[in-house]
Ligand binder design. Structure first.
Ligand code: PGA
Length: 247
């Protein structure tokens, strides 16, 4: 069985002092975690994280990556730059980027490709809005989002991580029930299986108000391979409880 992955998504939070306290508490509390643990931090803190995690099992992630290699793209950060700081994961296509930065399925697919080309594991986010769920379109939406990534990346998708994040559950305290999440994870699993014979390598994370109280029941579902954790990853005690639940 593959190891579960618990990835924190700090979003636009943190400062040097708070990061240090949080990471030190995580390193102390993680021990020999049964799962892989990563924190996806704002880019200015990558150097700090590289120093803090040195010699530990804590992995570093970025929250986005440019689809371009280099050049005149003001404000963008390339995969090669991320690599220099020991970044292993990059979140791609988070719903906040789709919503506030107009990221399309095609762009998300391109970013996935660039990350893979540089040995960074993209955590590709898919998920429906509340209106889409209520209109009975959940399956159609997540399959469309996933299909774009499969189409552009072919068999290389066996190297990605997927995160199913229902938009209505992000930062709202409304979690998908384990059954609701499992249902979508199973259909994503089937879609990935049809695209690559190595789909068993792909971890499918759940994200959206995962917390210390609900993590164990979500993570016990057969197709939930870990979590992408926002708010609860900013509190060491809560994040450590989620890590402990991932076995
Ligand atoms: P949340 O965020 O855990 O705060 O809902 C998850 C995410 O957006 O990745």
């Amino acid at each position: 069985m593959k190891k579960k992955l618990i990835a924190g998504n700090w979003k636009m939070n943190g400062n040097l002092a708070a990061n240090e306290a949080l990471v030190r508490a995580l390193l102390e509390g993680m021990g020999d975690a049964a799962c892989t643990v990563a924190v996806c931090v704002p880019a200015p803190y990558l150097a700090q994280l590289r120093a803090l995690r040195s010699g530990s099992a804590l992995e570093i992630g970025a929250q986005d990556v440019s689809q371009h290699e280099q050049g005149a793209y003001t404000g963008e950060i390339s995969a090669l730059m991320l690599k220099e700081f020991g970044v292993r994961y990059a979140i791609v296509g988070h719903s906040e980027r789709r919503q506030y930065h107009g990221e399309t399925d095609a762009l998300v697919a391109e970013k996935t490709k660039t990350a893979l080309a540089h040995g960074i594991t993209p955590i590709v986010c898919v998920g429906e809005t509340l209106a889409e769920r209520e209109a009975g379109k959940t399956e159609e939406v997540v399959k469309r989002q996933m299909a774009a990534v499969i189409h552009t990346n072919g068999h290389c998708i066996s190297e990605i991580v997927v995160a199913y994040e229902p938009v209505w559950a992000i930062g709202t305290g409304k979690t998908a029930t384990p059954e609701q999440a499992q249902q979508v994870h199973a259909l994503l699993r089937a879609q990935l299986h049809a695209a690559t014979s190595h789909s068993d390598r792909i971890s499918i994370l759940y994200g959206g108000s995962m917390n210390a109280a609900n993590a164990a029941s979500l993570l016990s579902q057969p197709d939930i391979d870990g979590g992408l954790v926002g708010g609860a990853s900013l509190k060491a005690a809560d994040f450590l409880q989620i890590i402990a639940a991932a076995r």
